[in-house]
Design a protein. Sequence first.
Length: 126
Amino acid sequence: MRLDKLLLPFSAAALCFTPLYGAYGGNGETLFVERCAMCHGTDAKGSGPLAGKSNPPTPDLTTPAFRKRLADYPGVIVSSVILRPNGDLIPRTLKENGYRLPPHAWTVKDFRDLNEHLSGMIHKSK
């Protein structure tokens, strides 16, 4: 029997289970907790331990204004903050407060997962 015929059922099963993984947080939730919550808090309200230590202060991501921006520009807000085209506020705040964030090789899937997690989280906080 050819290898590709053997692997076909496993590939089909993996495709069936992939959406379930994303629906329960998974990668997006992990990324948020590990890379965002220290400032934004686990509730995304700007309540993390480093929230008051940046200038400007860490924003509340659950406000109607941010919710609208996230809906109007899906994925753009998340990726632009992470890629930091407008300065070094995030790395400077982390460094000044002795917080070492390991490097991460961001993928398009990471941006999508984080955006999906954040969208779901802030829409629940209405």
